[in-house]
Design a protein around this ligand. Structure first.
Ligand SMILES: Cc1cc2nc3c(=O)[nH]c(=O)nc-3n(C[C@H](O)[C@H](O)[C@H](O)COP(=O)(O)OP(=O)(O)OC[C@H]3O[C@@H](n4cnc5c(N)ncnc54)[C@H](O)[C@@H]3O)c2cc1C
Length: 433
């Protein structure tokens, strides 16, 4: 069967592309192929025993006017704008996030170590700022790096910090000025820091409500249809057992998987695919009887906690948990394709939650589910930029467009997925098919 525009994946990127394409072209020209039996991908949600969970809490951070406008268009009355309440647990203290701007909460000796480290870094910045460790040292100094930046990011990335490039940092880590570090050492600030200080969250249906809105008017979404055997020369693939010819292909499937599915790639490109690295994650979605800890999410730099972050899913919408109960998403990082003993991990997590006072000895678990995210964060090592650029350039020449955090292999969030997809739809609106 010939298809003019085929989109691999009905996650937020693929659906946004199809949603925007229908503004320019006939709906009949675009087909979305989804491997799973439902839409949404990582931005999906599920409901169990009255609790609505995301596949790890997914909050919509919009920083651009077009992103805000699209969020309004998609969610209309089903959206609440929320101000972040996030904390770092450090040496038994609950410190406001970001750590480096809230040093006032630390012991005096620790404050002085962090502030003097920041002053020294300012006077004599590190020179190797192209890697994460050098970048962080030059901005925050040794004290802050040793207390938070290094242990937290080592836990999250599961990769040596002196081998990760700093290319992604500016957008995601509040690059505090020295003045903010010092002012924050004296007392609590009103100023909001970072890309996620305010976020939107659908009040009904979890994050999946965004994808549902994108898909509402689309007709050609084929579920249970993993795309395989992509013949880039002859422009064909198989999906749901059928061979299909395409004119343009948009891929949101994880880039390393595209490398395996695509046939007839030149040796240079095959080699570039081999260089892509990522970590893997487990998420434990779990609900308890009782009262939720106060806050939206918490960071854990210390080794004694098996997780790197815990979020309170029920804090984003009162509709996501029955009264008298609350729900958490607990995130664990592993090396690439790593696996763990989930019974041991859960036991360690429950012990840690008790120690933190998040749950009591007798707290009853109401529902729980483990989620494995094989492609968690693409790793920006030294080979990353060149390998990715070679693959993107080659694929574009074959009329294959790569989209989304995993498709385009970048550390990005939902707003970028939505808007990059809108931009690609505009580009595709101009091509003759
Ligand atoms: C732990 C975690 C927390 C996050 N939190 C946030 C957050 O709070 N806010 C935020 O903005 N972003 C967050 N993100 C990022 C967000 O998840 C991604 O930006 C987003 O999911 C990208 O969407 P996508 O459609 O590109 O990819 P995906 O969601 O991965 O969708 C891709 C789709 O393609 C399908 N697919 C794969 N292979 C094939 C195939 N061969 N054939 C057909 N279909 C296929 C998959 O089943 C999937 O449905 C988080 C990510 C993680 C890992």
């Amino acid at each position: 069967m010939p298809v003019k525009i085929a989109i691999i994946g009905a996650g937020i990127s693929g659906l946004s592309c199809a949603y925007h394409l229908k503004k320019y072209r006939s709906k009949a020209e675009t087909y979305v192929y989804e491997a799973q039996n439902k839409i949404g991908g990582l931005c999906g949600s599920y409901t169990e025993k009255g609790f609505t969970f995301d596949y790890s809490g997914h909050l919509l951070h919009t920083s651009k006017p077009a992103g805000k406008k699209l969020a309004e268009e998609l969610l209309r009355g089903n959206k609440k704008t929320i101000s972040r309440q996030a904390y770092v647990f450090y040496k038994g203290k609950k410190i406001d996030f970001p750590f480096q701007n809230n040093l006032y909460a630390l012991d005096a000796e620790e404050v002085s170590r962090c502030v003097s480290g920041a002053l020294k870094a300012y006077a004599k910045p590190a020179t190797n700022t192209d890697v994460f460790s050098g970048w962080a040292l030059s901005l925050y100094g040794k004290g802050i790096c040793e207390a938070f930046m290094f242990p937290y990011n080592s836990k999250l990335w599961n990769y040596p910090l002196n081998k990760i490039s700093s290319a992604w940092c500016g957008k995601f880590i509040p690059a505090s000025a020295l003045e903010d570090i010092i002012k924050g050492a004296y007392g609590k600030r009103k100023k909001a820091f970072g890309y996620n200080s305010v976020f939107d969250y659908p009040q009904k249906g979890g994050c999946a409500a965004i994808c549902e809105a994108l898909a509402a008017d689309l007709t050609n979404i084929q579920l249970n249809s993993p795309v395989k055997n992509i013949d880039v020369k002859n422009k064909t693939f198989t999906a749901g057992g059928k061979k299909t010819h395409y004119d343009k292909l948009v891929s949101t499937m994880p880039l390393p998987e595209l490398g395996k599915a695509a046939k007839g790639l030149p040796a240079k490109i095959q080699n570039a695919f081999k260089k892509l690295k990522h970590n893997s994650l487990y998420v434990l979605n779990i609900a308890f009887e009782g009262k939720a800890p106060k806050g939206h999410w918490f960071y854990f730099p210390e080794e004694e906690y098996p997780f790197y972050r815990v979020g309170v899913q029920s804090a984003f919408s009162k509709n996501s948990a029955p009264k008298g109960s609350f729900s958490l998403y607990i995130e664990f990082s592993l090396k690439q394709n790593g696996r763990a003993d989930l019974n041991k991990l859960k036991a360690a997590a429950l012990e840690a939650l008790k120690k933190l006072g998040f749950i009591k000895e007798e707290s009853k678990i109401l529902t729980e589910k483990w989620i494995y995210i094989r492609f968690g964060y693409p790793i920006y090592d030294k080979a990353y930029a060149k390998a990715r650029a070679e693959i993107l350039a080659y694929m574009a020449k074959q009329d294959i467009y790569l989209l989304g955090r995993y498709g385009a292999w970048e550390y990005s969030f939902m707003e970028k997925s939505l808007l990059d997809a809108a931009a690609l739809a505009k580009t595709l609106s101009k091509v003759k098919l």
